[in-house]
Design a protein around this ligand. Structure first.
Ligand SMILES: NC(=O)c1ccc[n+]([C@@H]2O[C@H](COP(=O)([O-])OP(=O)(O)OC[C@H]3O[C@@H](n4cnc5c(N)ncnc54)[C@H](OP(=O)(O)O)[C@@H]3O)[C@@H](O)[C@H]2O)c1
Length: 312
């Protein structure tokens, strides 16, 4: 015997199905595009934020190419990822590839880009994350230290971007991300090399965003505040030696997992400029534009308080 749905129930069922479909579309739009199967290249993947990005993008089903200077540390990250429980049952997980090179050595970057392209034949997302920080007084800092920081934080990432860009343009597909810093928006004393490199990278990628929009290649600049990583420990000082101190601001900064999730969200939504900052740095960014005289006064007072005895 045939079962007939009563005429009164049908509109309710159809409305229910419609609401469910609209809800799914809303959730999909909020989440943005999936990175399942996307080829994601992460520089500085051996530690800190880069390593967390590797975990987050791996869990989202991306095919990773992890970059750094130390092959053994990168392999350790690969093994950690391979040992992690996989995502949902339908989701395929991929074993990451690695490419070892020094971003500060111009002659290595082009070859590294070729190696990166050989891994999967294409790059869908390039995350320029690797970087080095600096602590020092300009008066004591040799110009070679300023240049070295610029090589790692500016010339290296832009050289890699320019080497991978033609393949993205050819495919009319790809996404370029750079991890800048709040110090790419405002400059604070005793951080000249770092702040200058991050300001430079912000400007370069703002230009690039405009130039490659016609090829449907989004450019995302992420500017976080302090993150709990080894960045201050690894920072260089005025004479080029390693700073080796875990600053309180870094130790009490953002959880790198939260920043990595914010990077994933920015990639999915194709965001253009993401600032991850608490109220104070956010106000400082506006102050620098709207009331520069006050901003400069505050920075001069901060410089006086932090001045090292050597230069007094
Ligand atoms: N931590 C913070 O407070 C903070 C705040 C805002 C923005 N950021 C930015 O976040 C990014 C990641 O830094 P992090 O905090 O995760 O610091 P980190 O733990 O010191 O990691 C830095 C990474 O960069 C790589 N790297 C450094 N110099 C390199 C070079 N010449 N060539 C290739 N790779 C190099 C390192 O890899 P190997 O040493 O293994 O080569 C390491 O994986 C940086 O761009 C940093 O400026 C950090």
């Amino acid at each position: 015997m045939e079962r007939v749905v009563g005429g009164g129930a049908l509109p309710f069922i159809l409305t229910g199905v419609g609401v469910l479909l609209l809800y799914r579309i809303f959730v999909r739009l909020r989440q943005g595009a999936s990175v399942q199967g996307a080829v994601v290249v992460i520089t500085g993947a051996s530690s800190g934020l880069g390593k967390e990005c590797a975990r987050v993008f791996h869990a989202a089903g991306a095919r990773l190419v992890l970059c750094g200077r130390d092959a053994a540390r990168l392999q350790q990250v690969v093994q950690e990822l391979a040992a992690r429980p996989t995502g949902s049952q339908q989701q395929q997980m991929f074993t990451p590839s690695t490419v070892v090179f020094d971003l500060a050595k111009a002659d290595m970057v082009d070859r590294a880009a070729e190696e990166i392209l050989k891994c999967y034949g294409q790059v869908d997302v390039l995350i320029n994350n690797a970087g080095i920080s600096y602590r020092g007084n300009i008066l004591d800092t040799h110009i070679s230290v300023q240049r070295d920081v610029m090589e790692t934080n500016y010339f290296g990432p832009i050289a890699l971007t320019q080497a991978l860009l033609p393949s993205m343009v050819q495919r009319r597909s790809g996404h370029i991300v750079v991890i800048s810093s709040i110090q790419g928006k405002i400059a604070i004393p005793y951080r000249s090399a770092y702040a200058a490199s991050k300001h430079a990278i912000q400007a370069y990628f703002d230009c690039l965003r405009a130039e490659v929009e016609c090829f449907r290649i989004p450019v995302t600049v992420v500017s976080p505040g302090y993150i709990q990583t080894n960045l201050s420990l690894n920072a260089v000082t005025a004479d080029g030696s390693t700073y080796g101190v875990m600053d309180k601001s870094t130790a009490t900064g953002w959880d790198p997992r939260d920043v990595a999730h914010a990077v994933l969200k920015a990639v999915r939504r194709r965001s253009k400029d993401v600032v991850l900052a608490g109220p104070l740095p956010s106000v400082a960014i506006y102050l620098r534009t709207l009331w520069p005289a006050l901003f400069f006064k505050i920075m001069a007072s901060r410089a006086r308080k932090e001045r090292k005895p050597k230069t007094e």
